[in-house]
Design a protein around this ligand. Structure first.
Ligand code: NFA
Length: 98
């Protein structure tokens, strides 16, 4: 590609972005149905995958819902946290460097 040609010619080092895990955490109050809705809306999962991941969070305490570059991961956390708050659920979402 042109960018690679520039990199080679200039011997520049364009690093791939660091990836960050977006993690949902279990709690005793958020409904299973709501967590499935979050996974479908914000992480583009189908009903079957969303159900599996919701149960993993419920049974194991947390699960990685996706991995993204930093700015996208942080936006997911903000959007999921705001959506949960708006709907009266205490669902927590955090990001972790991969
Ligand atoms: N533990 C919650 C319940 O029993 C369900 C839940 C799953 C909450 C995943 C948060 C994340 N209603």
């Amino acid at each position: 590609t042109k960018q690679e040609n520039v990199n080679l010619l200039e011997r520049s080092k364009t690093k791939p972005p660091k990836l960050y895990k977006v993690i949902l955490l279990n709690d005793d109050f958020t409904t299973m149905e709501f967590v499935i809705e979050v996974l479908r809306i914000f992480f583009s999962m189908g009903q079957e995958r969303a159900t599996q991941v919701m149960l993993q969070i419920h049974n194991e305490g947390s699960a990685v819902c996706g991995v993204y570059p930093k700015d996208i991961a942080e936006t997911k956390v903000s959007q999921v946290s705001e959506f949960a708050k708006q709907h009266g659920h205490p669902l927590r979402c955090q990001t972790e460097e991969n």
